[in-house]
Design a protein around this ligand. Structure first.
Ligand code: NAD
Ligand code: UDP
Length: 312
């Protein structure tokens, strides 16, 4: 297949590109470097089945005939989407529609990277795909949450009204090599702080929970979902739930760091709990995450170590 990946220079987009190439496909990567980095694709410089175009997907574009579109373009880390508030709303609306138009024009399959943030600060736990969510539509995080919810609605409309073969994955916190060391997400912050010997910044009391999925598990689930007939959202993530304090302790253990923990204010509307119910993915895709948090942190160690600047 000839496959378009938007957001290809990002953390997940670059891993997905690697996997698609390994499966024998040709990939056209598109990215505007809003939060991505060409370094994530540097190893593909001499790969004849990979081409790259610097482009903002909010502006219409035509990559030529494609068989599949994976739409991964969007800032994803809270500090980044707060910094890029309008851009995040635009890419989750105009950008998503431009990518859907490409799929429609070429009769291509389509998969959109949605998020657990569609559930907001959830009142149901764990979160099943049937839960409609609890999102503050005007809070600071709404630029991401509502853009992603609008994208889901747009994707379903292109499926229902235009017959596009669409798929929606609701991704829960995923980490691994190429997670940008300074984009402010919890695993990258903690790993970098631990490796530099700085205090780990725990926001709030650290009792809020997240469920962390290693990138290879997520990509396997995404590839399986892209091939199946399900059009409604499917949760993909690791269902083992940790408090943020437990996550900090796991990072200290894996990095063998003596860093202390420093408590800082909790950001506004920070969800108190997050854990996917993955029964649907299990039944539909025969999929199960395999990598535990500590194993995944160990697999990420070299990447973060190489990202620590070497002293004079
Ligand atoms: P990332 O920031 O590393 O990658 C996003 C990529 O999209 C970047 O390379 C960025 O430059 C690019 N991009 C942003 N706006 C663009 C635009 N207008 N035109 C072209 N490219 C643009 O983040 P990520 O973690 O790899 O996330 C990828 C996708 O997965 C996002 O859509 C995100 O919302 C979704 N997601 C990720 C997670 C996670 O835990 N990593 C969780 C839920 C959802
Ligand atoms: N967090 C933290 N310290 C940090 C970065 C994040 O305690 O240095 C917390 C954050 O408040 C949230 C959780 O870790 O409760 C996950 O944050 P992240 O930004 O990775 O993603 P989110 O799940 O909130 O989108």
């Amino acid at each position: 297949m000839r496959v378009l990946v938007t957001g290809a220079a990002g953390f997940l987009g670059s891993h997905l590109t690697d996997r698609l190439l390994a499966d024998g496909h040709s990939v056209i990567g598109v990215d505007n470097f809003a939060t991505g980095d060409l370094d994530n694709l540097a190893h593909l410089r001499r790969e004849p089945r990979f081409t790259f175009e610097e482009h903002d997907i909010c502006d219409p574009f035509d990559p030529g005939a494609v068989d599949y579109v994976f739409n991964f373009a969007s800032p994803a880390s809270p500090p980044e989407y707060l910094r890029l508030a309008i851009e995040t709303l635009r890419v989750g609306s105009t950008g998503t529609e431009n990518s859907l138009k490409i799929a429609q024009m070429y009769g291509a399959g389509y998969l959109h990277a949605s998020t657990s943030e569609c559930y907001g600060d959830p009142l149901e736990h764990p979160q099943t795909e049937e839960y409609w969510g609890h999102v503050n539509p005007v809070g600071p995080r709404s630029v991401y949450d509502e853009a992603k919810r609008f994208s889901e609605s747009l994707v379903m409309a292109y499926h229902r009204a235009r017959g596009v073969n669409t798929h929606l994955v609701r991704i829960f916190n995923t980490y691994g090599p190429r997670l940008h060391p300074s984009d402010g997400r919890v695993i990258s912050n903690f790993m970098m702080q631990a490796l530099r010997g700085e205090a780990l910044t725990v926001y709030g009391s650290g009792s809020q929970t997240r469920s962390f999925c290693y990138v290879s598990d997520l990509i396997e689930g995404i590839v399986r979902l892209s091939r199946c007939d399900e059009h409604y959202p499917v949760n993909l993530g690791n269902s083992t739930e940790f408090t943020i304090l437990e996550c900090a302790q796991a990072v200290l253990e894996v990095t063998e760091s003596k860093s202390k923990i420093r408590f800082e204010p909790l950001p506004e509307d920070d969800p108190a709990r997050r854990c996917p119910d993955i029964a649907k993915a299990r039944a539909l895709l025969g999929w199960e995450p395999k990598v535990s948090l500590k194993e995944g942190l160990k697999l990420s160690l070299e990447f973060f170590r190489n990202s620590v600047p070497v002293g004079p």
